[in-house]
Design a protein around this ligand. Structure first.
Ligand SMILES: Cc1cc2nc3c(=O)[nH]c(=O)nc-3n(C[C@H](O)[C@H](O)[C@H](O)COP(=O)(O)OP(=O)(O)OC[C@H]3O[C@@H](n4cnc5c(N)ncnc54)[C@H](O)[C@@H]3O)c2cc1C
Length: 457
């Protein structure tokens, strides 16, 4: 049997390694248009920031290691067309420009996502970058090391992580966000808080402008030197990074008749199987099931890609493995600020028809007399009608992510706020206040839910 894998960063590389572990006999070939495989794209901002100098630390497994285990790797070989009825793929060698057909018994599509390139005048100028692949990260780092200023276009996860990276490399950074808020994946009140807290630690090292559309770049042969916005701002800069979001690479799948879901990513069942029995898909090119609401979501994240790649490989090798979905959990950091969330925001809960109610608290993450005690703001969301806990957002310089990670287990277990409030959370002064902020929030939320049910009686 021959398994062909398209794409080799997180999902594709994981699928190849797992398929090899599943069977020593199966023939495995991995084709990618990239120059590298099996690397941590998540680590790129931290490489740019200067946490380590050698980009090779981002590599998980080299093509040589794969080859040694009998997995054939074809770098810079792009899949141009999938022919599902003859079980063939048209591959284009990007170096020789030659095209050739290959056969498969099982196909795993792991073509991931690409950075959105907005329609801005002169976006092709030198020193304007997007960050998605390892080679993007290497090129950006090179430019950062001989720059004094940078503009970032986009205030989502990647833009915010890059803000930290460039500030720590002593560049003066200007970030423009088209929307009214940065980090719009959070509720509006929480996004505003992120903005305020970031600006409070700026110390003149960076500016963030929201509701500001970048309309034009200008420069010369040496590259970009000016960024203009719709409101008439004009910023001189040595470099620009466009972090305007990502879209799934689904074109070859769509052309082949593989079903695309409502989110725009490939539709799969919980075995990562597409509408073609012998074609699986995994990673950033597929949509996920959002466990809480049983609705579809596109959550292009590294942990999901790895779990899905593993699931696809097991099933392609004749095993039986299921990936039930995601909770929508994420975390990131910008300088001293941690931002984390899981489950539904208040806004998303309302959109999905829940009777959403929330509690928000700002507390110390540890007992106040501890020198490293810091603030966190927690927002817990629940459904008034059923009392079900729906989600948690946490922002602050304190330990935000550990609170969110406590809630992930509660969401998976389908707990009500009442049940969650009984949680026996650890306490000692260096770790949390006597009553953890999570339980403070749960208590307020419970009171709101109970008040509502009293009112209804
Ligand atoms: C800067 C940055 C920071 C991130 N930080 C985090 C984080 O902190 N936590 C987290 O969970 N996630 C993070 N992510 C997301 C995470 O990196 C992705 O979820 C993960 O890389 C997805 O892996 P993938 O293999 O599905 O797709 P990709 O990484 O997109 O890889 C797909 C590969 O397929 C290749 N390909 C595409 N089309 C074809 C074709 N037709 N033929 C052959 N090859 C093709 C692509 O060139 C690419 O090499 C981050 C991403 C970026 C860019």
């Amino acid at each position: 049997m021959k398994i062909v894998i398209l794409g080799g960063v997180a999902a594709g590389a994981k699928a190849a390694a797992k398929a090899r572990r599943m069977s020593a006999d199966v023939e495995i070939e991995l084709y990618t248009d990239d120059t590298h495989i099996s690397y941590s794209a998540c680590g790129l901002p931290y490489y740019i920031e200067g946490n380590f100098e050698d980009y090779r630390l981002l590599l998980v497994r080299s093509p040589e290691e794969f080859e040694k285990s009998g997995v054939k790797i074809f770098l810079q070989n792009r899949a141009a067309k999938i022919l599902p009825y003859s079980k063939q793929i048209l591959i284009e060698n990007l170096v020789t420009k030659q095209a050739y057909l290959i056969n498969y018994d099982k196909l795993i599509i792991a073509t991931g996502a690409r950075a959105v390139v907005p329609n801005i005048t002169n976006i092709d100028l030198k020193n304007i970058f997007t960050l998605r692949k390892l080679e993007d990260g290497i090129a950006i780092k090179e430019k950062v090391l001989n720059s004094k200023s940078a503009v970032i276009v986009g205030g989502g996860y990647v833009g915010i992580e890059l803000l930290e990276a460039l500030v720590r490399q002593n560049l003066h950074v200007t970030l423009f966000e088209y929307a009214e808020n940065i980090m719009t994946i959070f509720d509006e009140d929480m996004s505003k808080l992120i903005y305020e807290q970031l600006m409070s630690i700026s110390n003149g090292r960076f500016e963030i402008y929201t509701s500001e559309l970048v309309t034009e770049f200008s420069g010369d042969n040496s590259g970009v030197h000016t960024v203009r916005t719709g409101s008439g701002k004009e910023i001189k800069t040595d470099m620009v990074i466009v972090a305007a979001g990502a879209v799934p690479n689904v074109e070859i799948a769509r052309e082949a008749g593989i079903a695309i879901g409502e989110t725009g990513a490939i539709k799969v069942n919980d075995r990562m199987q597409t509408n073609f029995e012998d074609i699986y898909a995994c990673g950033d090119c597929v949509e996920e099931n959002l466990i809480i609401s049983n609705t579809k979501i596109w959550m292009p994240l590294g942990a999901n890609a790895n779990k899905e790649g593993r699931t696809a490989a097991i099933n392609a090798c004749g095993g039986e493995e299921h990936f039930h979905g995601v909770l929508g959990s994420s975390v990131t950091r910008c300088l001293s600020l941690t931002m984390s969330m899981t489950g539904l925001t208040e806004k998303r809960a309302l959109q999905l028809g829940y009777d959403a109610v929330f509690a928000k608290v700002t507390k110390n993450d540890k007992v106040g007399f501890m020198p490293d005690a810091n603030n966190i703001t927690l927002k817990l969301v629940a459904d008034k009608k059923t009392g079900l806990l729906l989600g948690c957002q946490a922002i602050g310089s304190g330990d935000a992510d550990k609170r969110v990670n406590t809630v992930t287990s509660a969401l998976l277990a389908g707990m009500t706020v009442d049940e969650f409030y009984k949680n026996d959370i650890t306490y000692a002064p260096p770790f949390s206040p006597t009553i953890d902020p999570l339980l403070n929030a749960a208590q307020i939320l419970l009171a709101k839910i109970e008040k509502t049910s009293d009112e209804k009686i």
